[in-house]
Design a protein around this ligand. Structure first.
Ligand code: ADP
Ligand code: MG
Length: 728
């Protein structure tokens, strides 16, 4: 019996877990494992509570006494709910979350056991930074970094798997010289900058707006594979994707998986993690099957970005943990299976004011729609001017398989508005001289009154656009399934902030020359629209025509990760980030180095896995099978059944042909890897990994997948696609 057949037997015998639904109502369950504002109000003195609320809302500093009081309250709350340890929970640039647990338990000076958690431990911790990537920052600057409490994201309790709980404190991770070593620190800077810039622009329309919050709703796609089958695929274990595997007879051509019913086992898993997510204050809302077999999606309701990013990272952790219980493995990789859809993480993004206005939602009041158009067109202009940075923000080894690889959003950044909205902007621009008019007449003449109707009728959804307007928000669809959403959100919020600052400057100049406000706004928007029109695209983003058309428009089409990442250190990008104080030149260089190293390591691992599986699993199986065939052929020949032996000999020959090529290609791939590894410059090394090493992957795969069809199913060592995708 092969490892594969044992794994299949185990997987097929599994039953759905029976879960007793929690006795509480969802509304009672929601957030019970978080140290949220309501809990704080109950446990803190009124003074401390006011100070911490202000810190949450405006980022103001927290003094020592308040930190002490919060720490004491947090400790007693956590211990009362079964926590034994606490940790600063942060998001290093490796793309996963990190924690270092410390016990509340301590000894007093006279040796007595006590439970301790000081304000200083809440505010600041020192993880061992040397084990996290820092892209040369540490070498050049300071050997250690620290994590610092982010009060704007509530602390929460996680099961530690052994019956106890850990109090997790969301934190930033920075070096002692102040450089960001994580995703959260620059994200907080970016959303703060966007708040300032957008609030200032709002002032022209609504004087009472004092804060703009960027909002994010993350739709997370993922695959589920039975745990036994997962462990029987060394490529999934080592590189999170299958490097070989012939397409099943039935892939997604029937599209019957989408909105189909969810199997009981999968459903039990979903119900289970959703309850746990709700307890952690993650507002999960929708669940459904995705297009590909074995693929699913989960979408929470949108929240303030910093929270939404934390919640997405936490949700990914949680899903992995809960999946263990259900004997599943969750795959967030962008392309775990060739030939069927990959997984993205659609980032739905908008901005809303403290007066309750969604700045990207048109209204029935024509006057307010000038504000809507202002934000809409500024976002378009920002994307147009910084398309390459947006591309850089989603570049990774996994996403390289999606973007531009004739599936999913193309590597070309473009914006979809919908035909009607585009037409309306065209008309706005083509109106000649605009004059001030009484009342709403001005807006009627410009056609601004028609926007909400347009959008209501406009149900056309462009699923091939990387960045689509969907009625009251933008959906950044090109983000990879395993990415940390902070990466694209740092860029998006920064470039929009920068653009809004430029808009304000231009508007102020015009106003100081005595121009009428609404005319000045319209004139600037007209110009922005003309400047950035070429980024707008309504057609099929997957088509070859678009690639041609985009090239003739002069839009970038950056297919590879190492080229996309280079934009982070371009003079324009450095200027952009430094001018709005989100990332310094040094931080950008550090990020660039880390991402490149990350990329190289991933391709290196994949290459090793491919070599190992090809030679030690596939070729060795083939040789054994050939021996069986040869014995059969000889027996037939002995029986003077020469004609009957002929086709068997042919199969032996076919197998040999593939085996010979595989051996040669693996040898060449290893040689190219050695060459690449000897290059000290990481950009050049990444280039060699992309252009030479990775080039062998599909070539080797072609022959292995052919062999899968030639070898007796009983002997084939690797779990097949149909088994991974359909056994649920
Ligand atoms: P659609 O059908 O347009 O995809 P949904 O209501 O299903 O709309 O929303 C998809 C995602 O977009 C959800 O996560 C939702 O919370 C999020 N979303 C909705 N409105 C906003 C907004 N104003 N800002 C950010 N995200 C939003
Ligand atoms: Mg959507």
């Amino acid at each position: 019996m092969t490892f594969r057949s044992k794994a299949i037997e185990v997987a097929q015998s599994r039953l759905a877990l029976h879960l007793a639904p929690p006795p509480e109502k969802i509304t009672e369950l929601y957030g019970i494992n978080t140290f949220n504002e309501e809990v704080m109000r109950g446990l803190l003195s009124p003074e401390a509570y006011i100070k911490i609320s202000n810190a949450i809302r405006s980022g103001s500093n927290i003094d020592r006494e308040v930190a002490e009081e919060v720490a004491t309250a947090m400790k007693s709350w956590a211990i009362s709910k079964g926590a034994t340890h606490y940790t600063h929970w942060f998001q290093p640039l490796t793309g996963t979350t990190a924690e270092k647990h410390d016990a509340f338990f301590d000894l007093s000076s006279n040796g007595k056991a006590l439970e301790k958690f000081k304000g200083s431990a809440l505010v600041q911790q020192e993880p061992d930074a040397s084990s996290f990537p820092s892209g040369g920052l540490r070498a050049t600057f300071e050997a250690r970094g620290y994590t610092g409490w982010d009060p704007s994201s509530p602390a929460f309790l996680m099961d530690n798997g052994a019956g106890g709980k850990t109090l997790c404190i969301p934190s930033v991770f920075i070096s002692y010289t102040g450089e960001a070593l994580d995703y959260k620190a620059p994200l907080l800077r970016a959303i703060n900058m966007l708040d300032k810039a957008a609030t200032a622009v709002c002032q022209y329309f609504n004087r009472d707006v004092s804060k703009v919050t960027a909002t994010l709703g993350v739709e997370q796609e993922y695959f589920l594979v039975d745990k036994a089958l997962y462990y029987a695929r060394p490529d999934l274990v080592m590189s999170s994707r299958t490097v070989f595997g012939h397409s099943p007879a039935r892939g997604q051509q029937l599209e019957d998986h989408y909105f189909g019913s969810i199997s009981p086992r999968v459903n039990a898993f979903m119900v289970d993690f959703e309850f746990e997510a709700l307890k952690l204050g993650i507002p999960v809302r929708t669940r459904h099957n995705e297009v590909a077999p074995g693929q699913f999606e989960c979408a929470p309701t949108f929240e303030e970005i910093n929270l939404a990013v934390d919640h997405n990272a936490l949700l990914m952790d949680l899903m992995q943990k809960i999946a263990e219980k259900h004997n599943f493995k969750v795959l967030f990789h962008e392309k775990p299976f060739a030939g069927i859809n990959g997984s993205g993480k659609h980032n739905n993004w908008s901005m809303s004011t403290d007066t309750g206005i969604n700045l990207l939602a048109p209204t029935t009041k024509p006057k307010e729609n000038l504000r809507f158009l202002t934000f809409l067109v500024n976002v378009i202009k920002a994307v147009h001017d910084h398309a390459d940075l947006l591309r850089a923000s989603i570049a990774s080894a996994g996403n390289e398989h999606r973007l531009g690889a004739n599936e999913a959003p193309p590597a070309i950044v473009s914006v979809f508005l919908g035909a009607d909205l585009t037409k309306m902007l065209e008309e706005l621009v083509s109106r000649g001289e605009i004059t001030v008019e009484k009342g709403e007449n001005f807006y009627y003449k410009l056609g601004i009154n028609r926007i909400p109707n347009l959008l209501r009728d406009n149900t056309d959804r462009n699923r091939t656009s990387p960045f689509a307007f969907t009625g009251n928000k933008f959906e950044y669809r090109a983000v990879g399934g395993s990415a940390n959403s902070a990466s694209p959100m740092i860029v998006l919020n920064s470039i929009v902030a920068k653009q809004l600052l430029a808009f304000k400057k231009e508007l102020d100049e015009r106003l100081s020359r005595g121009e009428e406000k609404k005319i000045a706004v319209v004139e600037i928007l007209k110009q922005y629209y003309l400047d950035s029109k070429k980024i707008l695209f309504e057609g099929n983003g997957y088509s070859e025509e678009w690639v041609q058309e985009a090239a003739s428009r002069g839009l970038s089409n950056i297919a590879t990760t190492y080229e996309a990442l280079r934009e982070y250190v371009s003079p324009a990008a450095i200027e952009t980030f430094e001018s709005i104080e989100v990332l310094t030149r040094r931080e950008l260089h550090a990020r660039y180095e880390i991402e490149l190293e990350n990329y190289i390591k991933r391709i290196q691992i994949e290459s090793r896995v491919i070599g190992d599986l090809a030679l030690n699993h596939v070729v060795s199986t083939c040789v054994k099978y050939q021996f069986k065939l040869a014995q059969t052929a000889r027996s037939l020949t002995d029986l003077e059944m020469v004609d009957e032996a002929a086709p068997i000999k042919e199969i032996i020959k076919d197998i040999s042909d593939h085996v010979v090529v595989i051996k040669r290609l693996v040898y060449e791939m290893v040689e190219s890897r050695k060459r690449a590894n000897n290059i000290p410059d990481s950009t050049e090394r990444a280039r060699l990994y992309t252009e030479e090493v990775k080039d062998y992957f599909d070539k080797i795969r072609y022959h292995v997948d052919k062999l899968e069809l030639l070898i007796d199913d009983e002997d084939w060592p690797l779990v097949k696609y149909r088994e991974m995708l359909f056994i649920k």
